[in-house]
Structure formats: structure tokens, C-alpha cells
Design a protein around this ligand. Structure first.
Ligand SMILES: [Zn+2]
Length: 329
């Protein structure tokens, strides 16, 4: 996660806590004016609490009994305070701190896990920058349909398309589960319509829901972005491309490849690899075709530093189209 977002989010929590503290002070002084007796009780409780902490350190012979009495007193006073509050038309928790999020008490964390309110804040940060990637809700693993993949083995491949796909999906699950600690990059390649883009969306969605910052670009957009960075010094964009938790590049090989595009692409891949920043690249080309499109420098980075996943099978988009035509007849 880019640190910048984390710090800004933590500042938001500080602000929330400060606001809630001020709001509580206002409620207290209002109650003090209207029902002074409640304020007296609160002061009394405060004094008894100090006595409890002192007694805990003293080694008096009747300490346990003394502590017990003090605590009973405090409880009775609290009950009395609540009764007074309610009889004066205030809610029970009027003099308690009110949290925006009761799950994490506005700390953003439940233990070491990020709270859902933290993830919401992170998402709203994404909305503020142009690189927000919104994944359609349908693009999730639950909607990944294995029925589109045949279980008949094609002569050239060792596994049927269905077996192959099951294995790829399982490895993607593992990738997501180990995302924090892994530095693995993924390359999805193979014929069009075999689920590469859909699967990369599923991965993105899962990671975004877990609070990660994902940047998604088609290779054509990426080359435009790299021009913008080179010629307009767009440093925010550069930071997003380099420091995001996962950069997804879709459709590698379809961009207009020029000397510029190839050398900037190489630089980006190299920078990210050196900094252990993860990437997921998909391409409709075979490895041989990629070799003929790109220089040795790029392909050696791709083939050497990425886990390669070959997608094959019938064109799903075609099948879906045929199915919908058949059902509308
Ligand atoms: Zn929370």
C-alpha cells in the first residue's frame, strides 16, 4: 500500500476522534447546566475511582472488603446517573464517547486487521484520483463459470482446458491469500476469450476489497501514461504506476509499439522488478509472438521474472453470445 494513503487515513481517524471528544464535552456542559446533580455524581464517581486505584496498591488488612464496597458504590452512582439522564429525556449513552465505527472504535484496526471503515476510506481516496479502478460486482470468483471450459483434452496440451483452468484459479487463490508476503508476478497468455481479463478482474476485486491499491491499465493506456510521465512530468501518475500494490496490464502487445513505447515499457518493468513491486500482465499473444513483438530485453524480463500461465480452450465470449442467441429464440 502506498504509505501516503495510510498516513492520510490515520490523520482522518485523529480528526474523527478529536471531533467526537469535542462533541462529548459539549454534551457534558449542556447536561451540567440542565441537571447539575448529574455533574455532582460524575465528580463523585471520579473521586471513588481514584480511591480504587490507590487501594489496589495499599496493603491494608481489610483491602478486599474496602475495594468491594468502593466498587459497589461506583455501580450504584452509575445507575443513579443513568436514571437521572433518562428521566430528563436524554439517551442512555449521552455522556459516553460516540464512535463513528463501533467495530474498531475509530482506530481503523481490529487487532492487526484493517477494519471495513478503513477500506471504505481507502476507496474514497482512490475515487479522488483518476486511476481508480472500479471492478464490476459480477466480476468475482463466485461467477467464474468452469462450464465454459471443455474437459476434453486437445492433442497438444497435457491437460483439458477445464483441468488447466481449475489449476490456474487455485493458484490465483493462493496468490491472493499470500499477497502481502509474495513478490510473484503473473503473466496470463493465450487465445482471446479464454478468461484472462475476467480472471484478472476477479483478482483485482478480491484485493481491492482487502484494502489494496490496484492500478489497471490496458497496454495502450499504459503507453499514453508513460508519455505523459516522460513529457509532462506527471509524478502522481508515476507514483501510482510504480508504487501501487499491483499493476495490472491488460492486452499486452496490442499497443502501437514504437521505439519509445518499447524502451519506456522496459524501464517500467525494470523499475518495478528492482523494487519488488508486483504486476499481473495478460496478453492474447503466444510466447513466440511476444518474442517477435518485443526486444530480447523485455521478453527476458517477462519470461524470467513472471510465473507463466497459459490459457486455452474455446472462445468464451463467442459461446456466451451463442447461448444468449439460443435462449432468446
Ligand atoms: Zn472501523
Amino acid at each position: 500500500m502506498t504509505n501516503k494513503y495510510h498516513l492520510e487515513i490515520m490523520k482522518l481517524y485523529d480528526k474523527i476522534k478529536e471531533n467526537q471528544k469535542n462533541a462529548l464535552e459539549l454534551r457534558k456542559s449542556e447536561v451540567k447546566k440542565r441537571v447539575p446533580e448529574i455533574d455532582d455524581i460524575e465528580n463523585h464517581i471520579g473521586k471513588l475511582c481514584i480511591k480504587v486505584s490507590l487501594a489496589a496498591f495499599q496493603d491494608a488488612p481489610n483491602r478486599e472488603q474496602h475495594l468491594k464496597e468502593l466498587k459497589e458504590n461506583i455501580t450504584n452512582l452509575r445507575v443513579k446517573k443513568t436514571e437521572l439522564l433518562v428521566s430528563n429525556g436524554y439517551p442512555l449513552d449521552y455522556l459516553d464517547i460516540h464512535y463513528n465505527c463501533n467495530k474498531c472504535n475509530d482506530t481503523g484496526f481490529i487487532g492487526l486487521q484493517k477494519c471495513s471503515c478503513y477500506k471504505q476510506k481507502l476507496n474514497s481516496f482512490y475515487y479522488r484520483n483518476s486511476d481508480l479502478f472500479i471492478v464490476s460486482d459480477d466480476h468475482n470468483f463466485a461467477n467464474f463459470n468452469m462450464d465454459f471450459y471443455s474437459d476434453k483434452r486437445n492433442g497438444r496440451e497435457k491437460y483439458s482446458p477445464k483441468e488447466n483452468m481449475k489449476s490456474i484459479v487455485n493458484q490465483c487463490f493462493r496468490y491472493i491469500a499470500n499477497f502481502e508476503s509474495t513478490s510473484e508476478n503473473l503473466l496470463f497468455y493465450g487465445n482471446p476469450g479464454t478468461g484472462k481479463t475476467f480472471l484478472s478482474h476477479c483478482i483485482a476485486k478480491e484485493l481491492i476489497d482487502n484494502g489494496y491499491f490496484i492500478v489497471y491499465k490496458t497496454s495502450e493506456e499504459l503507453i499514453k501514461n508513460l508519455k505523459d510521465i516522460r513529457f509532462n512530468n506527471n509524478s502522481v501518475l508515476e507514483d501510482h504506476l510504480i508504487n501501487c500494490d499491483l499493476l495490472i496490464i491488460d492486452d499486452l502487445g496490442t499497443e502501437v509499439s514504437s521505439e519509445f513505447a518499447i524502451s519506456e515499457l522496459f524501464n517500467l518493468l525494470n523499475t518495478k522488478l528492482l523494487r519488488n513491486k508486483k504486476m499481473l500482465i495478460s496478453s492474447n499473444f503466444s510466447l513466440d509472438e511476444l518474442l517477435s513483438i518485443y526486444s530480447e530485453r523485455i521478453t527476458s524480463r517477462l519470461f524470467g521474472n513472471f510465473s507463466l500461465f497459459k490459457f486455452y480452450g474455446d472462445d468464451i465470449r463467442l459461446q456466451k453470445n451463442l447461448n444468449s442467441k439460443a435462449s432468446s429464440k
